[in-house]
Each structure stands twice: as C-alpha cells, then as structure tokens.
Ligand binder design. Structure first.
Ligand code: RTP
Ligand code: MG
Length: 139
C-alpha cells in the first residue's frame, strides 16, 4: 500500500465537480483516507509549492490556488498510489491528456487543470504532512 496527496483545485470545486472526481477516484480502487474542503491562504500555497518557486508560472499558480476559491484536500491509499493517481489525472496540459483522464474531461487549461497529485514518494510524504496530521489519516 502507498499513499499520495491530491487536491481538487478551485476550478473543479467551482463547477460542482467534487462528486464526479471522487467517484472516479473510488472506482479506480483508491481508498480516501482523509478529506478536507477548505480555502487556502497565499502563505499556505507558497509553502506547499515551494519546489516551483523559481518557475515562471509560480506567481500565477499561487494566486490562482489561493484566490480561485475553495479546494478539497485528499489523502489517497492504494498499491502504487502515486503513479496510479497521476495516470488517472492525465497530463498537466489538458490538450495533451489521454482520453478518459480527469484533466482531459474536466480541466479548463494548463493552469486551471482541476486536480493535483504528488509526483514522488518524498513529495507525497511532505505534502500529506503539510495538510494532514497523523490522526486525521484513517484507513
Ligand atoms: P500538479 O503538481 O498540480 O499535480 O501538476 P503537475 O505535476 O502535472 O504540474 P507541475 O509541473 O508540477 O505544475 C504545477 C501546476 O502549476 C500549473 N502550471 N501552470 N502556465 C503554465 O505553464 C503552467 N505550468 C504548470 C498547473 O496548475 C500545474 O498543475
Ligand atoms: Mg507537480
């Protein structure tokens, strides 16, 4: 079993897609082991995305995630959860995303791409602990 961290981003929450996205997650065999609907502060978002600090899209991304509206934070559990969730999300740019992926079906553009997923075991551990305490994650 592996755990990964996911976000349903503001563009998807705004369009009432929480249920549809959770349905895909559970259908693929993930167990949702923690979940929180909340609005992130700019300070929280900048800390969360610190690995992207030098990227040209950092300012736009952090502004969008903090001011675009509420998000849903998720801890997901499954064998090979990190890669499996990224496969279900699809490519960063929805134009490049494979058929049947969440981003292909729901994303607006490369920034408002509906979902986030950890990209490595190290980042998953950091991201899970950034938003969830140990006791909030329950199998
Ligand atoms: P994520 O971290 O959200 O799961 O997405 P990802 O790994 O597929 O993409 P990443 O390269 O980590 O970028 C993080 C998020 O930044 C926004 N982005 N905007 N305008 C742009 O060129 C651009 N590139 C990336 C997206 O919201 C992306 O998911
Ligand atoms: Mg990423």
């Amino acid at each position: 079993m592996e755990r990964t961290f996911a976000i349903i981003k503001p563009d998807a929450v705004e369009r009432n897609l929480i249920g549809k996205i959770l349905e895909r997650i559970e259908s693929k065999g993930f167990r949702i082991v923690a979940m929180k609907r909340t609005k992130l502060t700019l300070e929280q978002v900048e800390g969360f995305y610190h690995v992207h600090k030098e990227r040209p899209f950092f300012k736009d991304l952090t502004t969008y995630m903090a001011t675009g509206g509420p998000v849903v934070l998720l801890a997901l559990e499954k064998g090979n959860a990190i890669a499996s969730w990224r496969e279900l999300m699809g490519a960063t740019n929805p134009k490049d995303a494979a058929a049947g992926t969440i981003r292909k079906d729901f994303a607006v553009d490369i920034e408002k791409n509906s979902v986030h997923g950890s990209d490595s075991p190290e980042n998953a551990a950091f991201e899970l602990s950034y938003f969830f305490s140990l006791t909030e994650i329950q199998p």
